[in-house]
Design a protein around this ligand. Sequence first.
Ligand SMILES: Nc1ncnc2c1ncn2[C@@H]1O[C@H](COP(=O)(O)OP(=O)(O)OP(=O)(O)O)[C@@H](O)[C@H]1O
Length: 707
Amino acid sequence: MFLLLCGRANATAPGRLLSLPPRCRTAADAWKLSRCYTSLGCNANAPQRTGNTLSRVWSLVQRAARHSPHRTSRPTGAALKYILGPAVLTVSARLFCHGAQCEARVNNSGPGEAAAKSSVPEFKWRILWEFVKPQLFALIGAVVLAFGAAILNIQIPLMLGDLVNVVARYLREHTGNYVHEIRGPAVKLLGLYGFQGLLTCGYIILLSRVGERVAADMRKTLFASLLRQDVAFFDANRTGQLVNRLTADIQEFKSSFKLVISQGLRSITQTVGCFVSLYFISPKLTGLTVVVLPCLVGAGALMGSFLRRLSRLAQEQVAKATGVADEALGNVRTVKAFAMEEHERQLYAHEVDKSCEMNENLGGGIAVFQGLSNIALNCIVLGTIFAGGTLISNNEMSPGDLMSFLVASQTVQRSLASVSILFGQMVRGMSAGARVFEYLSLKPSIPLTGGGRIPYHSLTGRVDFIDISFSYPTRPGQQVLTKFNLTLPPCMTVAIVGESGGGKSTVASLLERFYDPTGGVIKLDGLDIRTLDPSWLRGQVIGFINQEPVLFGSSIMENIRFGKPEATDAEVINAAKQANAHRFITGFPDGYSTVVGERGVTLSGGQKQRIAIARALIKNPSILVLDEATSALDAESERVVQEALDRATRGRTVLIIAHRLSTIQGADLICVMSNGRIVEAGTHLELLSKGGLYADLIQRQRAEGQR
Ligand SMILES: Nc1ncnc2c1ncn2[C@@H]1O[C@H](COP(=O)(O)OP(=O)(O)OP(=O)(O)O)[C@@H](O)[C@H]1O
């Protein structure tokens, strides 16, 4: 088939075939490569120029061959010209392009990610092994098949040589039965192609299976591990960065994993195999190659690393521009409310222009790199032919040997270039993997489950905060609570009021065990909550409603059921009735099946809050924490929600954190907080008559209300 292709092309369009890189043993290969060149934005004509140089020097070799005593049995003649085609070393430039693009994809993660990525976590082979172990058989199969395909790749040029020998002999002697003579090597070659295709197909299937399953397992494990982390972890890490590890990092790791195993194995096998062939063909020329090749690969790698740095900077700039667009589109209501469309447009245009300029510089750099590598590589071919020609004239080598040497050395060059790029890819893959593994092995300071539970019938719901000191892990220097003491008696309502930033919400967070206090102890029914099961505490004992309830983008039914996944429809409806939500829900055309949109964007603030109340009530909690639950609502919504809350708080221990003092006047106990401790406590009337901080706050709010 190859011969037919060569023959026809020889007669009709030699130039076209000359432009095929030597890897293109088949038309399909050629098509694939040409697509590669196009998609990578590299100069597809570069190989052709090198090919022309080769074809010119080939005719010199032929001339020398006519005067040589070694008339070779190695591949000779016009057909070889087509086999050699262009100089393969342009592949290194092409591979650089690929490397740069890979890098581009890796770095395209968000403006803030670069800083986070600068700290390099350690790659743990033990963790990788845990993921690979279940896929071991498939992986071994893939490695064996890939290795087999690489070995066949080394064989193919030699068999092509046999085939070309038949053609060359027939062209020279014009005797014998051409079809009969060509059939043997052609069938062998066809068989080899078929077998090689089968092996390639097999290892790609197995490898993609292994890669996908390893990546899926990594994603699931990482997601589970992230969900296990305590709230302090999420204070310290940006959501975008975490999502990036789940997506881009795992994707990068998977690609590198597959590439390194398939191409790495092939390149190394081919390099070693062809080096052995080179040595057997001509030890002298091999010695020369051993000196020159590493210098060239080293110089290429140096330039490549400079260009990759340019590429990284350019991609960071692209990410910065994307960040501007992301922020503007994500907060489009705020942008519109402030009529800032033009400002945002200009900001984005500025960042895009900068990235355009940087990418143009990168393009120039790639062009220079490619041009220089073309020159260097063509010079290598020329040098080899020059040195080989000297050996031929000294009768130390045959022209056929020289041709075989060129073919094999080109394979070595190509493989080495690909190994150096793969090395970079491997480093990137390992650092992506390390970033994923870093969070996999992270142990939360507050476990998700484990610890005691108090039987429901004996749970009274009494809470004691005893000598609590606390500072947030992300801000250890700022003491938020100091020797804080408070008791929530069973079935009573306690309100905390005070200045903004005084630590009111922090008290609620500590009760939920989002954080553990740095000093003191919190007790539930006399038991330290650190000895109790956090998932039981949060899932069954405490109902939490805050100022800005977050709903999920699913139906109302599912949102309420989030509080108790096993709840029946009737329980959901009952909870909605208690929360004053049933009427408005049934008013929607889809009723409880209404999808609330991202974060509940299709509902009003009051509606969202009532669904959040229903979600908290459905688990029938003994303790209810209301953190400024009505402060974001207008007067009418507040009235409806307050009604629901009044009903919901009956028979439970309630902690209310409030800004609007009008909402907590009926509380059994009101505590005023200042500087992280309680400075006043009593009922509304007691505190008013005291004329202290509470009375001041009431007066201030009345004055603000009158303004
Ligand atoms: N996750 C956090 N990490 C670090 N510091 C925090 C965190 N949350 C709150 N703080 C800080 O702790 C202090 C108390 O905050 P807290 O939210 O408890 O106050 P607050 O009394 O509820 O305020 P407001 O009435 O305005 O809601 C503030 O100085 C705040 O900046």
